[in-house]
Write a new protein. Structure first.
Length: 172
């Protein structure tokens, strides 16, 4: 967001107040519960690690269309009509465990798609970000991207992919 010149506000854990993000501040990313910005498609709120009632489970990355005055993360996750995208983040770097991270993440993404489809939102976008992506799972991820089952994916350790993922989020 800093590189793109997008003003961003953050909500840190255990706070009710949104504060402006100073991207030069050391540790600015610590304890962030949500981010809010106005992008090309409107105002957006990105909520991290939230229990989404429709899914009945915790979701790592949740993107909503939301005015800053009405974006309390606890109530925002109850507004399915504002939901834009849900994603899974798997940060483990051990290649031996990569396949298990993908299986867990993919199961969660399927649960999200099924839950939102049943709630009348069959076109919900989903994404996967992983730190360890092995060949077999990369092929499966690519197939899901090709069929539109998965909307976006990125390797957390590949800067170019991470930049593209962030740009995509800002533009949604």
């Amino acid at each position: 967001m800093s590189v793109r010149g997008v003003h961003c506000s953050r909500l840190v854990k255990d706070s009710k107040w949104w504060t402006s993000v100073d991207f030069g501040e050391n540790g600015a990313e610590d304890n962030v519960k949500a981010l809010h910005w106005a992008g090309p498609s409107g105002e957006r709120t990105l909520v991290f690690n939230a229990t989404v009632p429709t899914v009945k489970n915790n979701v790592d990355i949740c993107l909503y269309s939301s005015d800053i005055n009405e974006c309390d993360p606890k109530t925002l996750v109850c507004h399915d009509e504002r939901a834009l995208m849900f994603g899974e983040l798997k940060g483990g770097i051990d290649p031996a465990g990569a396949d298990e991270h993908w299986k867990t993440g993919n199961t969660a993404l399927n649960r999200i798609r099924t839950s939102f489809s049943a709630a009348g939102y069959p076109d919900i976008k989903t994404s996967f970000v992983g730190a360890a992506i092995e060949r077999a799972m990369a092929e499966e991820i690519y197939m899901q991207l090709e069929t539109g089952t998965l909307t976006n994916a990125a390797n957390l350790t590949n800067n170019n992919q991470l930049i593209e993922y962030c740009n995509w989020l800002i533009e949604l």
